[in-house]
Design a protein around this ligand. Structure first.
Ligand code: FAD
Ligand code: MLT
Ligand code: ZN
Length: 457
């Protein structure tokens, strides 16, 4: 039962109902530590609104009681952006799960912010469509969270990242007002693109409550191949050949022998190859007709491919994908929370990044273990460093400085969160940072939404 002597809790309970204001530490704990276990903090309470109006009222109550707000979706974020830091009210979108009918003519759907990506996929598939973004956290990650982080995932080579799927959003701004663009207009340029501004804003400018999303026609034929290679350069060569020769390339994912060892040890999934190869590339091709022969034809001509395993049936495909998607949990299972650096570089620089990242880490901490995997087609490597204490960010700095030197981005798809606040200067110049700060100050002059994320406090 809500503590009615606490005016904020009483006001929130009046809006959402007593049982949707959570204060019991054994219940709120799950909302207070992020997936990686690297960040956690105490909340004032966790509140579970069920509609956009309730979100707006909750925000107004927080303003009235001078309390800050942390928006949260599935809490699968990896940069500490969705968990409280200093007694904020966590506004979770877990009850905003309404899914509208699929508009078959336009290929669009309206989804509540709390709808999981897996649920969205099922809903789209039942109507003959697919949603462009897919990621290993699909069972928990939400529409709102993926918009707020501008999530990428494993199908960016085919459909683009989240930004490319969003036709409009409805959101509650830090003053409690609501903006709404849910008509699904393909052309609409009346002034500033405010929904566009919210994409990738990491909960600092608004709470997304619903989104109008683009869907793509479902392609039912698919084939997945695992290719054994000697190097990241070879992986790049394979990607370039596949892209040039084939339609329907829907995934090009890189793994290394070290990462596959961890997956075997901690996730029980083993590579199909007899030999241990330095690099493996998972390739997925989709189409309206079976693309297996096309893929086999191109791969057969590639001299750099040392071995190959091909899966056309659902179980076989899932088994190969498991090798790639289990990396996150396998790395987390080693022990201390890993330092997860999600970076991108121009494609030609990818082999240099893969070679030098472990070196710069070793120069800082010779006992640290660096594991690389990622989305080759997007120039996006996940540099995971296991060993250093959570609070020791010297390896983070070393890797991010290397990325900046190579002309890359210190945040490819996970966001800045609290993890990289101190390093934004490696990715954006002063003019950019000043403009971003002015936008934040204009929409959220009191710093009410997600303080400490994206900007220092
Ligand atoms: P949360 O973790 O709850 O929040 C993330 C951020 O968004 C926070 O700053 C939060 O304040 C804000 N936020 C959440 N909901 C809203 C809202 N409705 N309105 C405004 N702000 C909001 N990411 C990728 O990009 N690609 C991947 O391939 C990928 N794979 C992953 C695999 C695993 C196993 C895991 C654990 C994570 C992975 N991630 C990946 C990271 C994560 O899933 C994404 O960042 C995802 O977009 C987070 O969604 P969420 O709903 O869990 O958001
Ligand atoms: C992935 O591509 O699997 C994710 O971005 C998660 C991670 O980096 O661990
Ligand atoms: Zn990723």
């Amino acid at each position: 039962m809500t503590d009615r002597d606490d005016p904020l809790l009483a006001a929130l309970a009046d809006i959402v109902g007593d049982r949707h204001v959570l204060t019991d530490p054994s219940v709120t704990a799950a909302y207070e530590t992020d997936w990686s276990r690297r960040w956690s903090g105490r909340s004032r309470c966790v509140v579970r609104p069920a509609s956009t109006d309730q979100v707006a009222e909750v925000v107004r109550a927080c303003i009235a009681h001078d309390v800050n707000v942390v928006p949260q979706g599935g809490n699968t974020g990896l940069v500490g952006g969705g968990v409280p830091r200093n007694g904020e009210v966590v506004v979770t979108t877990g009850r905003l799960t309404e899914l509208g009918p699929v508009g078959a003519v336009a290929g669009q759907v309206t989804a509540g912010a709390g709808v999981t990506i897996a649920a969205l996929h099922d809903h789209a598939a039942a109507a003959g469509f697919t949603y462009g973004v897919d990621l290993g956290s699909r069972d928990s990650a939400t529409v709102g969270g993926t918009i707020a982080t501008e999530a990428g995932g494993v199908r960016v080579v085919r459909y683009g990242s989240t930004r490319a799927q969003v036709l409009g959003v409805e959101a509650v701004l830090p003053d409690g007002s609501v903006i709404s663009r849910l008509e699904g207009l393909v052309k609409d340029n009346v002034g500033y693109d405010l929904p566009g501004l919210l994409i990738g804003s990491e909960g600092t400018l608004g709470i997304v409550t619903r989104a109008r999303l683009k869907l793509h026609p479902r392609e039912d034929h698919r084939v997945v191949a695992l290719l054994a290679l000697d190097s990241v350069s070879d992986a790049l060569e394979v990607f370039s050949e596949l892209r040039a020769s084939l339609d329907g390339l829907a995934g090009v994912e890189l793994m290394t022998a070290d990462g596959l060892d961890l997956v075997a040890e901690h996730a029980g999934a083993t590579s199909p190859f007899a030999d241990r190869h330095p690099v493996c590339l998972l390739v997925e091709l989709v189409g309206r007709a079976d693309p297996t022969e096309d893929l086999a034809g191109v791969v057969g001509d590639l001299a750099v491919v040392r071995d190959a395993a091909v899966a056309t049936d659902p179980n076989g495909r899932a088994g190969l994908w498991r090798l790639r998607e289990a990396h996150t949990e396998a790395i987390a299972a080693v022990g201390p929370p890993p330092h997860k650096l999600d970076v991108s570089v121009p494609l030609p620089a990818l082999p240099t990044l893969a070679e030098r990242a472990p070196q710069v880490v070793a120069e800082v901490d010779a006992s640290a273990r660096t594991v690389l995997f990622g989305h080759v087609g997007d120039g996006n490597l996940h540099v995971n460093v296991i060993g250093p204490d959570s609070g020791d960010d010297r390896v983070d700095v070393a890797v991010l400085e290397l990325v900046a030197e190579l002309g890359g981005s210190i945040s490819a798809e996970h966001g800045i969160g609290v993890q990289k606040v101190a390093h934004v200067g490696l990715g954006r110049g002063e003019a950019d940072r000043t403009a971003m700060r002015r936008i934040k100050d204009a929409l959220d002059p009191d710093g009410r939404f997600n303080p400490g994320v994206l900007f220092g406090i």
